[in-house]
Design a protein around this ligand. Structure first.
Ligand SMILES: *Cc1c(COP(=O)(O)O)cnc(C)c1O
Length: 353
């Protein structure tokens, strides 16, 4: 191993208090986290230590100007308990893509990967064995200069913590395609995994919930008609025998689950298109009875079947009692993740100490 990490073990593990059969998403933290500082142009103070609050100066630049990026990935285990990572190098690359866009330093891929491997291996007892459950991994980086004034920070902190999570969505989701607010425009930061994108989404999401929907289906910022993605996921539609997902246009987040789903569907010989798709095309397909199915894809939920799409006054309900493609995709990805299905694409990497 190339990098040397200082390791401080917790004296108060909370593992025995956790009920793996009843995990609320995003509330249970494991014992340890990885922390590193970027100072003087170098990543330093590489450390694994107990999860605890970190004191922060009120002038911390991340709080004022929003330089923050993150990743979300999952570790699972096979029947023998081997901790397994899922395409970690893709997440390392995307983290650095986001870093470049937000004018932040890149993290050497080998450092990112060694930190993930070491931390997940150390926390492997926190990986829930239940099907559909996983250890959610949250790497993130933020500015740490204590300066008021808009510029890129000179110093940063990179942290990774992990959390056991149960299946994310149990119910098919209801989506609201609205044309008041937009998530991103081409040339903006929609394809970077940065905190501000989510801050901007909260008000429209609250409005969607008030109207009885779960999430917003985002339309493009210029024409307000091309479908981009939903909440925290990319989106797929089955129209007749074609499976369509919006092409990556620079405003859409380049989802790794999206990429896996496209690979699987093509491998099964199905017709998959990455192309512009308007909400009007979806409405038309629904009216003609050709909108068979829709689903969201993302690390947290893996697959979220869509139950309903609302656009203006038109409501599209999708039959959930069909032999869904999304169910087969979900079962395949979960099977690859716990090694009950052959990993023919080489997505699984055992975590090394
Ligand atoms: C992370 C994310 C996704 C899904 O990406 P995955 O790599 O599949 O987890 C989709 N949309 C947005 C806005 C995201 O932040």
């Amino acid at each position: 191993m190339k990098y040397q990490f200082k390791v401080t073990q917790t004296q108060n593990s909370t593992l025995s208090a956790v009920d793996f059969d009843n995990l609320p998403f995003g509330k249970t933290f494991s014992d340890h986290m990885f922390v590193a500082d970027y100072i003087g142009g170098q990543w330093t103070n590489l450390e694994i230590r107990p999860v605890a609050p970190l004191p922060t100066h009120p002038g911390n630049m991340a709080w004022h100007y929003g330089q923050e990026i993150f990743e979300g990935m999952k570790a699972t285990r096979d029947a023998e308990g081997t901790p397994l990572l899922y395409r970690p190098e893709r997440h390392a690359k995307r983290m650095n893509y986001s870093a470049r866009r937000m004018c932040m330093p890149e993290i050497p891929e080998d450092l990112f990967l060694q930190a993930i491997h070491t931390l997940v291996h150390m926390e492997r007892a926190w990986i829930p064995p239940q099907a559909g459950s996983a250890l959610y991994i949250r790497p993130f980086m933020y500015a740490t200069d204590e300066t008021i004034g808009v510029k890129a920070s000179d110093t940063y902190r990179f942290i990774i913590f992990v959390m056991p999570v149960g299946p994310y969505y149990s119910q098919p989701v209801k989506l609201w395609a609205q044309d008041t607010y937009v998530r991103a425009v081409v040339g903006g930061v929609g394809d970077a995994k940065t905190a501000g994108n989510y801050a901007a989404s909260l008000l429209p999401a609250a409005m969607a919930r008030k109207q009885g929907f779960d999430q917003v289906m985002w339309l493009d910022g210029v024409h307000k008609k091309y479908i981009q993605e939903i909440g925290t996921m990319n989106i797929f539609f089955v129209i007749g025998d074609e499976i369509v997902t919006p092409n990556l246009d620079g405003a859409i987040l380049d989802g790794i689950t999206r990429e896996c789903v496209i690979t699987l569907l093509k491998d099964w010989g199905l017709k998959v298109s990455e192309r512009p798709i308007t909400i009007d095309e979806i409405v038309q397909a629904h009216k003609e009875g050709r909108l068979v199915e829709s689903f969201g894809t993302g690390t947290a939920a893996v697959i979220a079947p869509v139950a309903r799409i609302g656009y203006k006054d038109y409501i599209m309900d999708l039959d959930q009692n069909i032999d869904k493609i999304s169910t087969k995709v979900y079962n395949t990805i979960n099977g690859i993740r716990n090694r009950t299905i052959t990993d023919k694409f080489g997505w699984i990497v055992p975590a090394q100490p």
